[in-house]
Design a binder for this molecule. Structure first.
Ligand code: AMP
Ligand code: MG
Length: 366
C-alpha cells in the first residue's frame, strides 16, 4: 500500500486534505494525524473492523486498549455511563488538552476499541487538524500513537513515515513538531479514587487542584508486578524503545552523574561501540565522549518532555549502539519524562551514590 503524505500548513486552505482523511475514516481505513501530544493513528472508534486495522498496522497486541478522541467536550456523555459528578469539572478545566479520562463504557463502543474492558478512555485533543478531522469524519476516532508497537512515539510526520510507510494509506502532516511531545495523562475516573495510570502533560499537581487527592498507580516508575492484572494494560509491554540499548544514571549530585557517565562512555567506546549521551543544557559541555544531545534545560521540564522521543530517534538514525541518559527530577512534568525513559531503558537504571567523605580513625592530619 502506498502511504500518501498531505502537508497541512493552513487548516482553512488545506481543507481538501482533511476531507480526504475523513473520507478514509468513514470507509473504515486508518489515517495518521497530529495532536498536541504525539501523532495518532486513527480509525472509526465505533467500527470494530476499522479499529482492527490500527492493531494490524502497528503490530499492537489486541489486549492493549485505545484512546477514543472526540471533538466536542459534551460528546463523552454518549460514550460513557455512570459518570462521576467530578468529570465535568475535569472536562471544563483540561479539555481540549492532554488529559485522557477512563470512564465506564457505553455499549456503543465496540470491544475491539477497549480490548474487551468495560471502561473506555476518552480525550478531546487540542490541535486544529485533529479536531477538524474528527468533526469532518462525523465519528469519534480511536487513536493510539502512530508508531510501530514498542517504538518511541512519533512527534513529526517523518517519524510516522519511518515506522508505518506502506502499512497505512495516509498521513496528515502538521509541519511543526507536536508541542507536548509525550502522550496524554491517563486518569482513571471509573472507580471511587481518581488514579493516574500514566503521567503526561497534565501533572498530578494540576489534577489535585480540581480533585483534591489523586493516587498515582504503582506501575508509573516501577516495573509491573506480573502477578497482578495491570490497571492500564499498555503498561505491561515494552515501550518507547529505540534500536539502541538505553541505560539511565540516577544520582543526587549532577557532577557525580556526569562523572559516572563519562567513565562508562569511555569503556563502551574502548569496546568499539558508538555511544550516545542524553544530557541537559546544564551538563552537555562537560562531555567529550560520543554523540551528545541535550534535551534542554532542567529548569524547563516541558521542553525536556517535548524533545525526548525525537532525541531517541535521532540517536538511532546516527547509528548509536548504546545511549547513556541522565536522570531528571521526577516531580510534576518530570514524572512523565521518567515514566517514558525508564521504559525505553527496560528499567535499566543505575543508582550513583553521592561521593561520601570518609574520615578514618587513622587519619591524623590536623
Ligand atoms: P497509546 O494510545 O498508545 O498512547 O496507549 C493508550 C494507553 O491508554 C495505554 O497505556 C492503554 O493501556 C491505556 N488505556 C486505554 N484504554 C484504557 C482503559 N479502558 N483502561 C485503562 N487504560 C486504558
Ligand atoms: Mg503508544
Amino acid at each position: 500500500m502506498e502511504t500518501k503524505v498531505y502537508k497541512i500548513e493552513n487548516i482553512n486552505r488545506d481543507q481538501k486534505a482533511i476531507r480526504a482523511g475523513a473520507a478514509l475514516i468513514r470507509q473504515g481505513q486508518t489515517v495518521a494525524f497530529p495532536t498536541e501530544t504525539v501523532y495518532g493513528l486513527g480509525a472509526n472508534a465505533l467500527d470494530g473492523q476499522a479499529v482492527n486495522r490500527i492493531f494490524k498496522a502497528k503490530g499492537r497486541p489486541n489486549d492493549n486498549p485505545l484512546i477514543v478522541h472526540i471533538a466536542d467536550p459534551s460528546h463523552f456523555e454518549a460514550l460513557a455511563h455512570d459518570v462521576s459528578a467530578r468529570v465535568p469539572l475535569l472536562v471544563r478545566e483540561f479539555w481540549p488538552g492532554p488529559l485522557t479520562i477512563i470512564l465506564k463504557k457505553s455499549p456503543r463502543v465496540p470491544p475491539e476499541t477497549t480490548a474487551g474492558l468495560d471502561t473506555v478512555a476518552l480525550r478531546m485533543p487540542n490541535h486544529p487538524i485533529a479536531l477538524s478531522l474528527i468533526q469532518e469524519s462525523g465519528t469519534p476516532i480511536a487513536a493510539p500513537s502512530a508508531n510501530r508497537s514498542g517504538r518511541p512515539s512519533p512527534t513529526t510526520a517523518q517519524h510516522v513515515l519511518d515506522d508505518l510507510s506502506g502499512r497505512i494509506p495516509m498521513i496528515l502532516d502538521g509541519i511543526t513538531p507536536c508541542r507536548v511531545g509525550l502522550e496524554s495523562t491517563v486518569l482513571d475516573m471509573s472507580g471511587d479514587i481518581p488514579t493516574i495510570l500514566r503521567p503526561g502533560g497534565i501533572t498530578p499537581g494540576m489534577l489535585e487542584k480540581v480533585l483534591g487527592h489523586v493516587k498515582i498507580d504503582g506501575a508509573v516508575l516501577e516495573p509491573l508486578d506480573m502477578r497482578q492484572a495491570p490497571r492500564s494494560p499498555g503498561m505491561k509491554y515494552n515501550h518507547y524503545s529505540p534500536r539502541a540499548h538505553v541505560i539511565i544514571y540516577r544520582g543526587q549530585a549532577l557532577g557525580a552523574m556526569v562523572g559516572e557517565i563519562k567513565k562508562i562512555a569511555a569503556k563502551y567506546q574502548y569496546d568499539g561501540q558508538k555511544v550516545g549521551i542524553l544530557a541537559t543544557d546544564e551538563t552537555m559541555d562537560r562531555y567529550r565522549e560520543g554523540l551528545v544531545i541535550s534535551l534542554g534545560s532542567r529548569r524547563e521540564p516541558a521542553v525536556l518532555a517535548a524533545n525526548l522521543f525525537a532525541s531517541l530517534r535521532e540517536f538511532e538514525n546516527r547509528g548509536v549502539d548504546v545511549i547513556l541518559a541522565e536522570w531528571v527530577d521526577e516531580r510534576e512534568e518530570g514524572l512523565a519524562i521518567m515514566n517514558r525513559m525508564v521504559r525505553a531503558a527496560g528499567f535499566h537504571v543505575v543508582d550513583i551514590e553521592k561521593p561520601v567523605e570518609h574520615k578514618t580513625k587513622g587519619d591524623k592530619r590536623k
